[in-house]
Design a protein around this ligand. Structure first.
Ligand code: ADP
Length: 721
């Protein structure tokens, strides 16, 4: 090979090597670039990862610290809770599903007085064992064994009832055990010793209060007795004094004494009645009585007062309604007295009308009696009407403040009415008047007589002269119901004219321009000869009037239906009957009374009667005199020395049981408590008169007892009430 060839070859090789080198260098650069790129990416990645690691580490740290805080909080909460549980005064423990104690607070453990064994882990049954064996619990009636069984049974119940456990030292623990989730049991022990002691104290206080209340009732009974006895003297003597010769001033003084005493008595009675009702001690004594008569008696009693005020008292007793009913007359009288008293009290002008209606009933059946008391007085404001039956309620405005009263009357009335099975209500319009309505279911004692007395023959047309509208309407109705043709007129101005063709004139004595006698004179002067009947509120005072002979009858106003009928029947004189033979003897009345003043009062009260009066000063004497005198009636004071009225009555009844007969014995007593009257009647007394005695009551009782073989004691002496 040539050198040139060799050189060329060498150059070619060198060139190739140089190219290779260049290529390799380029490759190296590229690789370097790549490497650099990679290194940069890697360093970025490393950087990012580092940052992430830092975040995670931070988070980790935070979570860790949060956890610590939470843990601390839980610890604090638990400590606090436990501290609270420890400090509460009630015992608190809880048990797991195997009835092993998990924990208990100090109060729960206190009853065990530091016994080591009672600590977490102990079983409930072991605790019961310790309680009995150590004598911590007083198991009472149960043996320790029974008690433990009882407590275990209870523990295992689904919902254990609370249990009271008595400890040796007299303390009481109430256990409340509550099953919780997963079979746990929470046990609360509540010391109720104070409550139980308080309950005992309350019971004791109540016992003492009841005793005090009984003492109060007894005191009231006594007080009533103590007050009523001298009041009998005051009222009785005032009543007698009223009838003696007095000058005007003296009369005023005496009547003031009397009215004050009566007012006092009303208050005492109200207060007593109310306390009796409070104690549910009112006992009703139903017996046959005459309702119409009872109402008329009341009206007579109130008449004087109403007359002084210029008010008419009217009674409208349904003609076909029975009058003999069965009820507690005394209490019915009390109800009506109160309503009537109020009506008169709160009325300045016009009238008070008592209307009695009802559903007809046969003898023995219950009649639904309706009584309304209607007045034309001040009325009751609508917003007060609902309250007046409450206690101590008075419509308190300037208008009614001037009226006295206890505010108990209607409360008592309502209770009495309800006790009788009835009801009471009121309708009122201020300024126009009030109507009190009353329903009373009362059995009929005697159906009304089927035929009324025949009227005088030829009596067909009647002229009524009566200024009062209500009263006139009433008379029209009553006379119309008797089958008479009635012409009614408000005054006597045209009487002469109107009397033409009339068979009878019924006229109010007190007419506006004239009076009954002047009217009679005018009629007689005009040649009228028909009978004239006058109605007057106090007929007694007209008896001596020079013109009395001009009229045929003067009747008490308001006139009782029976009296009116009797008067009309008597207008034509009946054929004279042979005068009855004079009874040979006077009635014998025995009164037993230990108090000298009251004997005097009694004697004075009956002094106008044609009777033979004897006194006994105690029960023993009364029995002896009963045997020696054979009285027709006995008045018996209840509290007397040596032998009291009840005992004496029992002795008399025993004598009668051997020898036959039954003499009415009337109790006179100042005891006003309910229950007393029941006891008194149970001792064999027939009736009951409360002191202070009223002359009319005594006279009525004597008149009722008059035997056929004795002279009648006398005409009724009018009560001056
Ligand atoms: P008091 O002893 O005060 O009369 P009551 O219980 O009998 O007590 O009556 C309560 C109140 O009801 C009376 O004070 C009066 O304000 C009112 N009142 C009762 N009856 C009537 C009546 N007929 N007219 C107007 N107000 C009456």
């Amino acid at each position: 090979m040539s050198l040139a060839d060799k050189l060329a070859e060498e150059r070619r090789a060198r060139l190739a090597a140089e190219r290779l080198l260049e290529q390799k260098q380029a490759e190296l650069r590229a690789a370097n670039r790549k490497l650099d790129l990679h290194a940069r990416a890697l360093s970025h990645e490393i950087h990012e990862t580092r940052a992430e690691v830092a975040v995670v580490r931070d988070e980790n740290r935070r979570v860790k610290s949060d956890l610590t805080v939470a843990h601390q909080k839980v610890e604090i909460a638990e400590r606090r809770l436990w501290h609270s549980i420890q400090t509460i005064r009630d015992g608190f423990a809880f048990f797991d599903a195997d009835s092993r104690m998990i924990a208990a607070n100090r109060a729960w453990l206190a009853v065990f007085d530091g016994l080591e064994e009672v600590r977490p882990g102990i079983r409930y049954a072991e605790i019961l064992q310790i309680l009995t064996e150590e004598g911590i619990v007083n198991t009472g009636e149960r043996t320790p064994q029974q008690w433990r069984e009882h407590m275990l049974d209870r523990w295992q119940a689904d919902a254990p009832e609370p249990e009271v456990m008595r400890l040796w030292n007299g303390e009481y623990i109430r256990l409340i055990d509550q099953p919780g989730a997963g079979g746990d049991m929470v046990s609360l022990a509540h010391n109720i010793t104070a409550t139980i002691r308080y309950e005992k104290e309350l019971k004791e206080a109540r016992r003492r209060a009841e005793a005090a209340n009984r003492a109060k009732s007894a005191f009231l009974a006594n007080m009533s007795h103590e007050i009523r006895t001298p009041m009998n003297g005051v009222l009785g003597m005032a009543e007698l004094l009223m009838e003696s010769a007095l000058d005007e001033d003296q009369r005023l003084y005496v009547s003031t004494i009397r009215h004050s005493a009566e007012a006092l008595l009303v208050i005492i009675n109200d207060v007593l009645d109310y306390s009796k009702i409070e104690a549910d001690r009112i006992v009703l004594h139903p017996e046959p009585f005459d309702l119409e008569r009872c109402i008329h008696e009341l009206v007579t009693l109130m008449q004087a007062h109403a007359r002084d005020k210029g008010i008419d008292l009217l009674v409208d007793y349904d003609l076909f309604l029975p009058t003999r009913l069965i009820g507690d007359q005394g209490r019915i009288r009390q109800i009506l007295t109160n309503l009537l008293g109020n009506a008169v009290k709160f009325t300045e002008a016009g009238h008070v009308l008592i209307r009695v209606t009802g559903v007809q009933a046969e003898e023995g059946q219950e009649a639904d009696i309706r009584i309304s008391i209607e007045d034309t007085g001040i009325g009751i404001p609508a917003d007060k009407v609902g309250d007046i039956f409450g206690e101590f309620n008075q419509v308190d405005d300037a208008q009614s403040r001037k009226f006295e009263g206890t505010g108990l009357g209607l409360a008592i009335t309502q209770r009495l009415v309800r006790q009788m099975g009835g009801d009471i209500w009121v309708e009122s319009e201020p300024g126009r008047g009030s109507t009190f309505g009353l329903s009373l279911p009362l059995p009929v004692a005697e159906a009304p007589a089927p035929e009324l007395l025949p009227l005088a023959e030829g009596l067909k047309r009647v002229l009524v002269l009566e200024p009062n509208d209500a009263s006139r309407a009433l008379l029209e109705r009553q006379l119309g119901a008797l089958g008479l043709a009635v012409t009614a007129c408000r005054d006597g101005a045209r009487a002469s004219e109107m009397a033409a063709g009339v068979d009878l004139v019924v006229a109010d004595h007190a007419m506006n321009a004239t009076d009954g006698f002047a009217l009679a004179q005018a009629l007689r002067a005009a040649g009228h000869t028909m009978p004239i009947v006058l109605l007057a509120v106090n007929p007694g005072s007209l008896a001596q009037h020079p013109s009395r002979a001009l009229v045929q009858a003067v009747l008490q106003k308001p006139v009782a239906r029976r009296e009116l009928i009797a008067a009309l029947a008597a207008l034509v004189p009946a054929p004279p009957e042979a005068p009855p033979e004079a009874p040979p003897r006077a009635m014998r009345v025995l009164a037993a009374e230990d108090n000298k003043t009251n004997r005097l009062v009694f004697a004075k009260m009956v002094q106008a009667l044609d009777i033979e009066l004897s006194f006994a000063e105690n029960g023993r004497e009364a029995v002896a005199l009963f045997q020696s005198l054979a009285p027709d009636i006995v008045f018996m004071d209840i509290s007397m020395p040596e032998m009291d009225g009840k005992e004496a009555t029992r002795a008399i009844r025993a004598i009668e049981a051997r020898e036959g007969g039954h003499v009415p014995i009337i109790a006179m007593t100042a005891h006003a408590m309910a229950g007393d009257d029941a006891e008194i009647l149970a001792a064999g007394l027939d009736h009951y008169l409360a002191k202070p005695l009223r002359r009319a009551d005594i006279v009525a009782r004597i008149a009722e007892a008059a035997p056929p073989d004795a002279r009648p004691p006398a005409a009724m002496v009018q009560d001056t009430g």
